[in-house]
Design a protein around this ligand. Structure first.
Ligand SMILES: [Zn+2]
Length: 206
């Protein structure tokens, strides 16, 4: 049985939620019921994911990106999350991007102990410092008119590094330092989703 990676609540029919790996507000479609509970989903939705949605609201409208219809989840614990209101919007945005990487990793890899620090950062318990940062856009050969979100996660025990590279709308390129003492299996995960055509693109980026 899985537990919410944010608060450890056991996930069952009553407590679980469908978490979009990439927020639906920017066209993400992949989702999982094995990541976070309803309360945390709602809290993220009102805080860090709201900051991400706000950043792209004009772009999303311009591209007429479809969103799932969703009912708001009743939140009983919002007072726990008041600290988010004190932070600046960009920090919230960075945390939401890091959550994309954590979500994707946890749908592919069992066990989250390598992510403990990053989950504390996402939850505002630890400072971002340089663990989430903008990165010059790598040279990507985009298809004609492709507008994609890209997630790449690379981990090697020899380097001790587990990091993610997230690109949103071809333009916002961020690197998330997930773990500095990685000792798991070597992994190289890749996901590329064209939000305009609404389809996954299987080719990789070197
Ligand atoms: Zn939770």
């Amino acid at each position: 049985m899985s537990a919410c990676y944010s608060c450890n609540q056991i996930l069952n029919k009553k407590t679980t939620s469908f978490e979009h790996i990439i927020p639906n507000s920017i066209g993400g479609v992949l989702k999982s019921a094995r990541l976070i509970c309803k309360t945390c989903n709602s809290a993220y939705g009102m805080t860090i994911d709201a900051a991400l949605a706000k950043k792209f609201v004009d772009l999303v409208a311009l591209m007429n990106i479809e969103r799932h219809r969703s009912r708001p989840v009743n939140d009983t614990n919002s007072s726990n999350w008041d600290r988010y209101q004190l932070e600046n919007g960009n920090d919230l945005f960075l945390r939401s991007v890091a959550k994309i990487a954590v979500n994707y990793y946890l749908t592919k890899v069992r066990g989250r102990h390598h992510l403990d620090k990053m989950i504390r950062i996402i939850n505002g318990v630890e400072a971002i410092e340089d663990h989430i940062r903008y990165h010059p856009l790598i040279e990507v050969i985009w298809n004609d008119k492709e507008v994609s979100h890209v997630i790449r996660i690379n981990g090697t025990a020899s380097s001790g590094r587990l990091y993610a590279h997230v690109i949103l709308f071809n333009t916002h390129s961020l690197v998330i330092n997930l773990c500095n003492n990685y000792n798991g299996e070597d992994i190289d995960l890749f996901y590329r989703y064209d939000v305009l055509r609404q389809k996954e693109i299987r080719s990789t980026i070197d």
